[in-house]
Design a protein around this ligand. Structure first.
Ligand SMILES: *Cc1c(COP(=O)(O)O)cnc(C)c1O
Length: 452
């Protein structure tokens, strides 16, 4: 076991980092263990972690820890470092902006980079109509503001979210989020006027898109009433809930019903946005034009930034001073977003997401054909999941899923689980990963499943 010598300089991140899987210690190694022991003493227990390492560098397709272990990254910090960790364009833009000014508060004295990001979002989001944008710090904050805007615009209060939906951890977004553990349990009471209806989960409900939409719309009309409804919010592909891709026609039908009834349709693209699904936005895959789109995660290559973008007349419903926040659209985060968006648009990253997706789907389907414990492989672009089941009953197998994820980690591959039933492994590699490393990571997943 060779440990990185104390005197060795910490490897620098970004694409220069050697693109290798290297497991020198059991995880956590001794140096990481020290940091994690201090974490246990100093950091609130509610802030848990799934990969027991202390990170010192990351880039391309790897994350390097304090003991010199180099792990293949198939999670991108939950779909955030899509462009790559410490991407050179992002790192340079952040450094330059940090030297120039770090903050003014856009509500006090504005700056151009915020406007640049707004213009880019207005241009890149689907829909050939006049749009406007407001920037915030996190996905949850963007969702909160989209709901505020929709309520002000419609003068109505009710909001519909879906089974398996995930929208964040603040009070309103906990109400919108479906899953109790770990997101909601014990944290109520939740915000009122939030209603949940079933969506479309073809693998489990067997419904066509039209049937699933009819079921949802009937419940909305009978239990809430269109005249009371401000907004419907949905992730075009549900993330946390299990990478659930709705059946064809489902989203189109819900959007059409919203339009007929003066209801604001909000696509929560916090996880699916920015090339992740092999399109700039997942809404494009389904041919829908949402009234409002929320973005965050992949937008700024790792810097905290979020946006609400949508029809200008809806976005302008809020009175002056009604939207904002001290840090929303921070200049360093905006500089990072401009650099990341430049890479998404000009460095072929949409095509790269499609290539990564083909590798993921081919490899996972290859395993599924021989192993019925993988019940379903689904996703678009570099957002692909495998759902693990008991082959005899089709019931979710969360224990197997956890065992596979744990075995992958021990072999130096970071995979994330998700799903309402905890039986889904989601693959969200950074688009800066090479094919070799991606395939090596999938070899490890295959071996972990075979051994489980
Ligand atoms: C992660 C996520 C959020 C919450 O974003 P935060 O930045 O963690 O607040 C909201 N919606 C979706 C779809 C997400 O995946």
């Amino acid at each position: 076991m060779t440990l990185i010598d104390e005197t060795t300089t910490v490897p620098s991140g970004g694409p220069a980092l050697p693109q290798v899987r290297r497991v020198l210690t059991s995880l956590p190694g001794p140096r990481s263990a020290e940091v994690l022991a201090r974490k246990a003493d100093a950091v609130a227990s509610g802030v848990a972690h799934s990969v027991p390492v202390a990170v010192v560098a990351a880039g391309g397709g790897v994350v390097v820890d304090a003991d010199g272990n180099s792990l293949i990254d198939l999670g991108s910090g939950i779909a955030v470092t899509t462009v790559g960790n410490s991407h050179p364009k992002v790192a340079a833009a952040v450094a330059a902006q940090a030297a120039q000014f770090t903050h003014t508060c856009f509500m006090i004295s504005p700056y151009e980079s915020y406007v640049d990001v707004a213009e880019a979002l207005n241009r890149l989001t689907p829909g050939d109509f006049a749009k406007k944008t407001a920037l915030f710090n996190s996905g949850a904050e963007a969702v909160e503001n989209a709901i505020k805007i929709a309520r002000k615009h419609t003068g109505r209060q009710a909001v519909v979210a879906f089974d398996h939906g995930y929208h964040g951890r603040t009070n309103l977004t906990m109400a919108l989020t479906a899953k109790s553990m770990p997101y909601k349990s014990g944290f109520g009471p939740f915000a009122p006027e939030v209603y949940r209806v079933p969506g479309s989960y073809p693998y489990r409900d067997g419904l066509t898109g039209a049937e699933a939409a009819k079921r949802a719309i009937t419940l909305i009309e009978k239990q809430i009433g269109a005249g009371n409804l401000a907004a419907v919010i949905i992730e075009p592909i549900q993330g946390e809930g299990g990478f659930i891709v709705p059946a064809d026609g489902f989203l189109e039908a819900v959007v059409a019903w919203c339009r007929d009834n003066g209801v604001v349709f909000i696509a929560d693209e916090v996880q699916t946005g920015f090339a992740r699904t092999g399109a700039m936005f997942a809404s494009e895959l389904f041919g829908i034009e949402p009234d409002l789109i929320t973005t965050a995660k992949g937008i700024a290559g790792g810097l905290p930034l979020a946006g609400v973008t949508g029809r200008a007349e809806i976005m302008d419903a809020a009175h002056a001073g009604g939207l904002g926040g001290t840090y929303g659209g921070n200049p360093i985060a905006c500089a990072a977003a401009i650099a990341a968006i430049d890479a998404f648009e000009n460095d072929g990253l949409i095509e790269r997401a499609q290539q990564v997706g083909r590798i993921l789907v081919d490899r996972l389907n290859g395993i599924r054909e021989k192993d019925a414990r993988i019940g379903d492989v689904r996703g678009h672009g570099a957002m692909v999941a495998a759902e693990f089941v008991d082959p005899a009953t089709g019931e979710p197998d969360a224990a197997l899923t956890a065992a596979v994820a744990k075995a992958c980690l021990a072999e130096g591959v970071i995979v994330l689980t998700c799903g309402t039933f905890g039986n889904v492994i989601r693959f969200l590699p950074p688009l800066a990963i090479g094919d070799d490393l991606l395939n090596e990571g999938l070899d490890v997943v295959a071996a972990a499943l075979a051994a489980a």
